[in-house]
Design a protein around this ligand. Sequence first.
Ligand code: ADP
Length: 608
Amino acid sequence: MKPELQTESLKELQNALTHLEKQTLPIQTRAALHNAKNRLDQFSRSFQQESEQGRLAALYHVSQSLGISLNIDEVLTQVMDAVIQLTGAERGFITLVHPESGELNLRAARNIQQETLKQNNLQASHTVIKSVIESGRGIITTDAQDDPRFARQESVIFYALRSIMCAPLRAQNRVIGVIYVDNRAQSGIFRPDDLDLLDTFAGQAAIAIENAQLYTQTDQALAARVAELETLSHIDQQLNTRLDVERVLEIARYWAVQESGAESGWAALIAEDSDNLSLISIPQGDVSIPEHPELLAAIRENPTPMQIPPKDGQPAQYIVPLIHTKHIIGALAVIHPHGFSTTSQEFLKRLADRTAAVVENARLYQAVEYANEAKSQFISIVTHELRIPLTSIKGYNDLLRQKIVGEVNEQQLSFLNVIGNNVERMSALISDLSDISRIERGKIHLDYNYFVLRERVAETLTSLSHKIAEKRHTLHTEIPDDLPQVYADPIRVVQILTNLLSNAWKYTPEGGTIRTKAYAQDGMVHIEISDTGLGISEEDQSQLFTQFFRSEAPQVREQTGWGLGLSVTQRMVEIMHGEIGFQSQLEKGSTFWFTLPTQEYNAEHRYI
Ligand code: ADP
């Protein structure tokens, strides 16, 4: 028998004895009756104490198991089962209040057999639940049908509810929901002190529920944030590999639509020359940007994301301005019949920030490209214009020097030689400049061929031989006979060899050694030119190959040069699919090396 039923029976017995005591009875019977009544009172008191202790022990036991799990559904079921076990209710519900909307959500519904209730068995008294949430105080009714507070309520009549008990779930002074238990068939199932018990238990349950809720929220929020960061990093990669404005906007528009669940979207930039939005991309469907001047004015007035609600059959739009260093450079928008969630809006704002930065980079890149193009064009024109007069100066100077047009004295000859040397310097400069400009404009023409490298090295050394003899340099050449042919432009290879060997000659004092070595490796021929000359300081090494760089060292400055040879050489080698590098030690000497392919290079960047 349940403790409450036993209490009832004891009470009935006590009442019967009190009633008998009042009757006229023989003295012995009265004494026996008195005795019996005393013993019954004693028993009743100890029984009550015991059952109270039992309930407290049960409460202690279930409370201990609360809070072990952080899974919200598990916690709710655990709480519900414990409450039914403690109160002897038939069924129980937990309803939680949504923290923002205040909506009530039925989260757990269990019966005495510890089963989850089916949909058709979820009727509870809404009046009771609402009034507990509003007042924050528990409610108990031993027979709702007879209780003037509830008897007339629809759910009470309709679902024939009798014993109902409901306690608030209170966490940090806020009612986060209720625990509701009932019994539809029997009245008087709950005693008034059962509500105290449910209240005490609800206090602990509320903390466990709130912990689990917070944990789930943080867990979900974290997972969502991680997923968003992964997407954004993927988008960043895509955005940053494109330095063309239209493509950047296209990518941004694609991801905006994709991640916000929009039907379509658009991305637009404010045209630099006019004060208007210029549409860059229109995706799926028939999307039109709202009237440009009005939209632009609206974005300018309030440069924050704009939510245009659906109206007259028109879908909702969410428009985020693209802002770079406080300047509005355009807008990104998504379109959907109903609108966008806060999460989508936050995502779009982050996407817009990135897009604005990348668009700006792409614009800067384009500007640099235009400037480079302009510079290359300028150099090309200037070199062309200079070459014509220089050729005629050189021609007349040679005629004079060769005394073809008449005698010249010693002094005149030495002046003519100075003119000749300077003309040569200037033509070397013009030739380097025009090579750089052609390479930059992609206009360099190369005549590829298979050829024997050794012959080209010999040809280059011959052209430099008188200079080498002047400085009494020792020459060493190590080129194996069976070296594979190289596939490159032979004239350009001679130009490369001339540049590197001239440098070795220029920057190696008299009596030094210049070595030329070649060998084949991994489908390439390696060519090394080493000298025992000045070497290059570590500081200078970092600037080598930069246009117009020349060491400040006085021995370097004694030599003629423009600091363009290495830069041209590097570009030539790379265009012919080779590599270039060097090792150098100050006052010990330098080794410059480069590689050339031994086979044709195909479009997929593999040797065939
Ligand atoms: P230039 O020789 O006309 O100055 P380069 O571009 O060929 O221009 O070389 C750039 C600079 O690199 C030189 O001024 C010199 O300081 C350094 N350099 C190049 N080759 C050597 C070398 N073999 N030994 C020492 N320094 C060198």
